[in-house]
Design a protein around this ligand. Structure first.
Ligand SMILES: [Mn+2]
Length: 287
């Protein structure tokens, strides 16, 4: 029994970078929130909760922590400039990606995904995106910002990545019209992502190198109320983990992020779910 529980993801004792398969990068960035604030507290709440998870995964009979998980210090927010912050995230992420690590970035608002995906795209020109979200995030710009959380998948589409979005149930008329011309974006609306239908879609996706971006608001608000814009009609734990298990078993996944958790307080179920979902992904990647 350890006498001290480290303040790291999973409460795991730090290992040197060369012995770690997984790297957690906390990015508590929040600048372009449109409804309920608080995503800047997402990473610390996920890490706090993760320290109380079981490190044995019963579903896969595995112990993902043995592959080596390290938690990096958080990236300090650049308050004056979104562009400066995006550049800083890209620089940090790029260093880890070059070392062939599986980078798992914790937001913060969804805009932080773009600089990380951009770095992965430099390494994997065929990079494809699995995007779980209530929102399409395809706006050209939002409230005058091209780096808004509501524009992140538009930016990703512009660099040429193929995007497969799941759980979408909120978008503007303009986004819907633009979708006709966005040939590299495939939207799976929430009402078509129910139960086994969603899991069946996982094995049908094309081969390639994938990055998974999870906006926590893809879950139904009855399961995850702690997010900036909770939309009714969301997905369940078993729908999303079922998809991820099947998808990861049949595809190559090189990086991931989880964003938009806006915790009410430290002990809530939303933060614990986020922590456990990340650890599940590590379990699926190691079996
Ligand atoms: Mn969203």
């Amino acid at each position: 029994m350890n006498e001290a529980l480290p303040y790291t993801f999973g409460g795991i004792q730090p290992v040197p970078l060369n012995r770690a398969k997984f790297v957690i990068l906390p990015v508590p960035y929040e600048a372009t929130v449109s409804f309920k604030p608080g995503t800047r507290f997402g990473p610390e709440s996920i890490i706090f909760s993760s320290r109380f998870m079981e490190l044995y995964d019963e579903e896969t009979n595995s112990e993902p922590w043995k592959s080596g998980i390290i938690t990096l210090p958080e990236i300090v927010q650049e308050i004056d400039s979104a562009a400066k912050m995006m550049k800083k995230i890209g620089k940090y992420a790029g260093k880890i990606i070059k070392k062939d690590k599986f980078l798992f970035t914790l937001g913060g608002e969804h805009s932080i995904s773009f600089p990380v995906i951009n770095e992965y795209h430099k390494k994997y020109p065929d990079l494809k995106i699995i995007h779980f979200d209530a929102h399409a995030d395809l706006r050209v710009e939002y409230e005058g910002s091209k780096s808004s959380h509501a524009s992140v998948m538009r930016r990703v589409s512009e660099i040429g990545c193929e995007i497969f979005s799941f759980g979408i149930r909120s978008m503007s008329k303009e986004e819907s019209e633009d979708l006709q011309n966005l040939k590299n974006v495939c939207i799976n609306f929430a009402y078509k992502c129910r139960n086994q239908d969603l899991i069946d879609k996982a094995s049908a996706l094309p081969e390639g190198n994938y990055y998974i971006s999870i906006d926590i608001d893809c879950f139904d608000p009855s399961i995850v109320p702690d997010t900036g814009t909770p939309e009714p009609g969301g997905l369940t734990w078993y729908e999303i983990t079922g998809f991820l298990k099947t998808f990861i078993q049949n595809h190559t996944v090189v990086g991931a992020d989880l964003v938009e958790l806006a915790p009410s307080h430290h002990y809530c179920a939303s933060s614990f779910l986020a922590a456990k979902l990340i650890y599940k992904i590590f379990a699926y990647l190691t079996i």
